[in-house]
Design a protein around this ligand. Structure first.
Ligand code: S3P
Length: 434
């Protein structure tokens, strides 16, 4: 059986922070340098739509003395209203973050734009972006099923809002913040469950604690955003796949360097540690407003099943649930999830995607409206087993890890979708393989 040893210092740069750095660069005054920008297809989609709106972007790969290659992106802008009307539809490909977060900026532009995506993105819910932007005075049209194409007729005179998020979503919080920066007064964005807070940190927005545990992000209108450099840390949501591989393969020891450890993203590390995983955080420090550090992972023979039902925890680990489920199933034969209906609105319906694939591997599962349970392994996985990626990078990667740790022979459909967030996924794993 293979095991995995060594150091990873080239995790993909964080996808969420990369999107935001590019979008902020497009509305900042001056030149924004972004160091270690992600080569993932999703982040490249954000650069593409900004360029289609006339934003000047240079991208180069710089080789450091130790041979590692860093992608540097330089964005020039002139403040909030530097975009020009696109001559074509804005293609967001597979990226919900691009479509949703960019819509907040487009709502403040005095022109019409049309956002489209691939077949997965064209099925995802977009009412959540239309509602707040309409309240602020932009015209937004969706398809009859409240999906894309999203047509936005923006205005330079957006109204400020006080908006309480109907679902815990950092994308929605961010798109309202981007629109509110352009508005004619102070806005308040209220969330009852904490979602990732990179936008607040990167823009230096004030956050107030409200009674009942709610938080309000305060956005001053017509805000000047001074250009500043960003250094993107490693993506914890990508790290989780390598961590799962190390925890489940006997004899493995892996050190992941420079990972973003923002507490709104690391709930999955707490869950795994509580389940008995040997994970140590080292060299913890603060850079550019974000907590970062190294993660040391050792093979963990005796883990307990993972069970998740608290809505606040679900919001924190929303992107890692497919891997947590597959990991817990492989380690213990069990897993349980509730209060996670939002998972059905991701790049795929991640509840039925994980259940269908685990059943093909011989696990017994029960599916609920808002979650699922894995209740044991009933049949041994034998021979070549087809599993579906469902055009979803996180599903493809979760089952690529299962393939290795179960020593199975899985045939994952359209596995190139992994490039959405982790183009060097296979290279990194092969570099660790012993
Ligand atoms: C993201 C927020 C989450 C997450 C997505 C990235 C972000 O989506 O699933 O991968 O960068 O803000 P929601 O805001 O829809 O929960």
């Amino acid at each position: 059986m293979k095991h995995y040893k060594g150091e990873v210092s080239t995790l993909p740069p964080d996808k969420s922070i990369s999107h935001r750095a590019a979008l902020i660069g497009a509305i900042a005054e001056g030149t924004t340098e972004i160091w270690n920008f992600s080569a993932g297809f999703d982040n490249q989609s954000t650069l593409g739509v900004l360029q289609d709106c006339g934003i000047s972007i240079l991208q180069e790969e710089i080789t450091a003395e130790n041979g590692t290659v860093v992608r540097k992106v330089v964005i020039d802008s002139n403040g909030l209203w530097n975009l020009t009307k696109p001559e074509k539809q804005l293609m967001c490909n597979n990226s919900g973050s691009t479509m949703r977060m960019f819509s907040g900026i487009l709502a403040a532009q005095p022109f019409e734009s049309v956002l489209v995506g691939d077949s997965s993105l064209m099925k995802r819910p977009m009412r959540r972006l239309a509602d707040p932007l309409r309240m602020m005075g932009a015209e937004v049209e969706l398809s009859p099923g409240d999906t894309a194409p999203v047509v936005i007729r923006g205005t330079r005179s957006l109204h400020p809002v006080s908006y309480e998020l109907p679902v815990p979503s950092a994308q929605v919080k961010s798109l309202v913040a981007f629109a509110a920066l352009h508005a004619g007064g102070e806005s308040h964005i209220i969330e009852s469950l904490p979602s990732r807070n990179h936008t607040e940190l990167m823009l230096g927005l004030k956050v107030e604690n409200l009674p009942g545990g709610k938080r309000s992000v305060v956005v001053p209108g017509r805000m000047t955003v001074p250009a500043k450099p960003f250094h993107i840390p490693g993506d914890p949501s990508a790290a989780c796949f390598i961590i799962a591989l190390g925890l489940l393969s006997a004899g493995s020891e892996i050190l992941l360097r420079e990972v973003c450890l923002n507490p709104t993203r690391t709930g999955y590390l707490d869950i795994l540690q509580k389940a008995g995983a040997e994970i140590r955080l080292e060299n913890i420090r603060q850079t550019g407003g974000e907590k970062i550090g190294d993660i040391q992972v050792s093979y963990s023979q005796s883990m307990n099943p993972v069970r998740i039902s608290d809505s606040a925890v679900v919001a924190n680990v929303i992107d890692e649930i497919p891997m947590l489920a597959v990991l817990s199933a492989c380690a213990t034969g069990e897993f349980e999830l509730h209060n996670a209906a939002e998972l059905r609105a991701k790049e795929s319906d991640r509840i039925s995607a994980v259940v269908n694939n685990l059943e093909r591997l011989g696990f017994a599962c029960e599916e609920f409206a808002d979650g699922f349970a894995v209740v044991g392994k009933v049949a041994a996985a034998k021979g070549r087993i087809p599993v579906e990626s469902y055009d979803d990078h996180r599903i493809a990667m979760s089952f690529a890890i299962a393939d290795r740790v179960l020593d199975a022979d899985l045939e994952i459909s359209d596995a190139e979708i992994i490039g959405v967030s982790f183009p060097k996924f296979h290279d990194i794993i092969e570099s660790l393989e012993q």
